[in-house]
Design a protein around this ligand. Structure first.
Ligand code: HEC
Ligand code: HEC
Length: 161
């Protein structure tokens, strides 16, 4: 082995020993300037805080006016309370018991639109299209709650539905 190669190997060995020393004796992490708080605001071991319960603004169906729409194509907001109704399931839909094509006259409720009887391929159906079955995907009841995000939304001129 020539001298240059030996010197290079010695330097390499010294370097790796130095690195090993670093790994085996890490420096203690500096204490954070401000104490760390979890995003949930509580210890993982404490139970989650229940969200505030907001009351629905609407009362029994039949006892209030409709809510004016604020843009074209808006699914009308549900003016009445819905918290006493059964959940919409595959077999049951209490909303249709009042709003369905067969029942709306007797129940004196607004009839669901013709658009709800059109299939994805544009065919007219005798029953509500399955894409409209979960009414509350589009129609929402009203709550007295602070908006989640501050905003400056100003609706279009209210129109009579
Ligand atoms: C007991 C009958 C009844 C049931 C059940 C019912 N509604 Fe209503 N709904 C009404 C009546 C009556 C109105 C008219 C406003 C009022 O008087 O509250 C109305 C109004 C509405 C409107 C406003 C329509 C518009 O043109 O502005 C929507 C949307 C609506 N209901 C959706 C629903 C949904 C979704 C459900 C199921 C979660 C439901 N309703 C269950 C009777 C009912
Ligand atoms: C995919 C979204 C969507 C779903 C799901 C849906 N709707 Fe609608 N609905 C709308 C939109 C948008 C309008 C207003 C435009 C129109 O008439 O098509 C409307 C209009 C209405 C109206 C007012 C009709 C009128 O002539 O003023 C009623 C009542 C209604 N829907 C009830 C229901 C009920 C009950 C269900 C569940 C069986 C339901 N909707 C499911 C989007 C939806």
């Amino acid at each position: 082995m020539n001298r240059t190669l030996m010197a290079a190997m010695a330097a390499l060995l010294a370097g790796s020993l130095g690195l090993a020393a670093c790994v085996s004796a890490p420096m203690a992490p500096a204490a954070p300037a401000t104490p760390v708080a979890s995003l949930r605001g509580s210890d993982a071991s404490t139970p989650d805080q229940a969200p505030a319960v907001h009351e629905q603004l609407g009362r029994k169906p039949g006892s209030q006016d409709k809510v004016a729409r604020t843009f074209v194509g808006q699914p009308p907001l549900i003016p009445h309370a819905t918290d006493n109704f059964d959940e919409v399931t595959l077999a049951d839909n209490q909303c249709l018991e009042c709003h369905g094509a067969q029942n709306h006259v007797a129940k004196n409720a607004p009839r669901i639109s013709d658009s709800h009887f059109v299939s994805a391929t544009g065919q007219k159906l005798a029953e509500t299209d399955s894409r409209r079955h979960a009414c509350q995907l589009c129609h929402v009841p009203q709550f007295d709650a602070k908006p989640l995000v501050d905003n400056q939304f100003v609706g279009a001129q209210p129109r009579t539905p």
